[in-house]
Design a protein around this ligand. Structure first.
Ligand SMILES: Nc1ncnc2c1ncn2[C@@H]1O[C@H](COP(=O)(O)OP(=O)(O)O)[C@@H](O)[C@H]1O
Ligand SMILES: [Mg+2]
Length: 285
């Protein structure tokens, strides 16, 4: 190779690195800021998912507004978890469109990229680091956020400590900060995992059966927590516990009933509870 070629190669490489740095952390060139000016956080349009010819989602269309708290109910097998799998990039639909805000095509992003642009997901089973303290779990979640750019071994700054303190308050674990996470109750572990999601300040939070296995008191507190997040985040909550759904909707919010992979009904909880089709497939059991 001639010196000229070597030099040209080095120059091209430097230019590329520069462009990459300007675009933000590695590989984020495709990750523009989402556009929420239309007031919609998430669009699902005609989304279909088939497993061996069986349609788990069947032309599902659904919008979630910015700051909205939407409960999704429906019988087992209705496609609720599959819907979340599609939003987070775990499952690729056969057809349809999914968009985050009005500009970001979720089908073009990988699962980690989707998490990174601000979609957080809580699975049914809590997944916290059992051997670490509550505080350390939140600290790790903060440092996993690439925007923070902290090394795992660097000391936390004042603003970061404040943020952890704020989240500890929100999830009712201030007094348990130094406790080993493995010793928490099931409900407290669920809250800790929600806290870990919140450390990354997601725009949209997906919560799949978050109060399953919780005591009545923990369930009530979880509803209070979600209500305090409403407005700052969009929340999609899948739940079977009707008392919990009632507490979340406060008699004025829309709920969506899913059945056989599509929307069967949408409206106030009182309206869908009076809907004959809904009673037949779900509530009347
Ligand atoms: N990976 C998979 N392979 C085959 N079938 C699946 C898969 N995931 C889900 N299903 C089927 O799709 C349907 C919807 O499942 P799911 O989304 O888990 O429903 P829900 O969460 O509403 O109970 C069910 O009939 C389920 O058996
Ligand atoms: Mg499910």
């Amino acid at each position: 190779m001639t010196p000229e070629l070597l030099e040209a190669g080095a120059k091209a490489r430097a230019e590329y690195e520069q462009r990459r740095a300007a675009a933000g952390p590695a590989g984020l060139m495709r990750l523009r800021e989402p556009d929420f000016r239309h007031g919609v956080a998430l669009y699902l349009d005609d989304v279909t998912v088939s497993f061996d010819g069986f349609k788990a989602l069947n032309a599902l269309s659904l919008n979630i507004d910015v700051g909205e708290l939407r409960c999704i109910i429906g019988p087992n097998g209705a496609g609720k978890t599959t819907m979340m799998d599609c939003i987070t990039g775990k499952t690729r639909p056969d057809a349809g469109k999914l968009s985050f805000g009005s500009t970001i095509d979720l089908l073009r992003l990988t699962e980690p990229e989707i998490a990174q642009i601000g979609i957080g997901r809580k699975f049914q089973k809590p997944t916290v680091y059992e051997q670490l303290s509550v505080f350390e779990n939140l600290e790790l979640a903060l440092k996993a956020d690439r925007r923070v750019r902290a090394s795992l071994f660097s000391r936390l700054g004042g603003a970061q400590l404040d943020r952890i303190g704020e989240i500890l308050g929100l999830i009712h674990l201030k007094d348990e900060a130094q406790r080993t996470a493995g010793l928490l109750s099931h409900g407290q572990k669920q809250w800790l995992e929600i806290g870990m999601l919140l450390m990354q300040d997601p725009k949209l939070l997906l919560l799949d059966e978050p109060v399953a296995g919780m005591t009545d008191e923990e369930t009530e507190r979880t509803a209070e927590l979600f209500l305090s997040l409403e407005g700052k985040h969009s929340l999609v909550v899948v739940e079977h516990d009707m008392k919990f759904v009632e507490q979340l909707t406060q008699g004025r919010k829309k709920v969506t009933v899913l059945h056989e992979g599509s929307v069967l009904a949408e409206g106030l909880l009182s309206e869908v509870q009076a809907n004959e089709k809904v009673v037949e497939v779900y509530l009347g059991r």
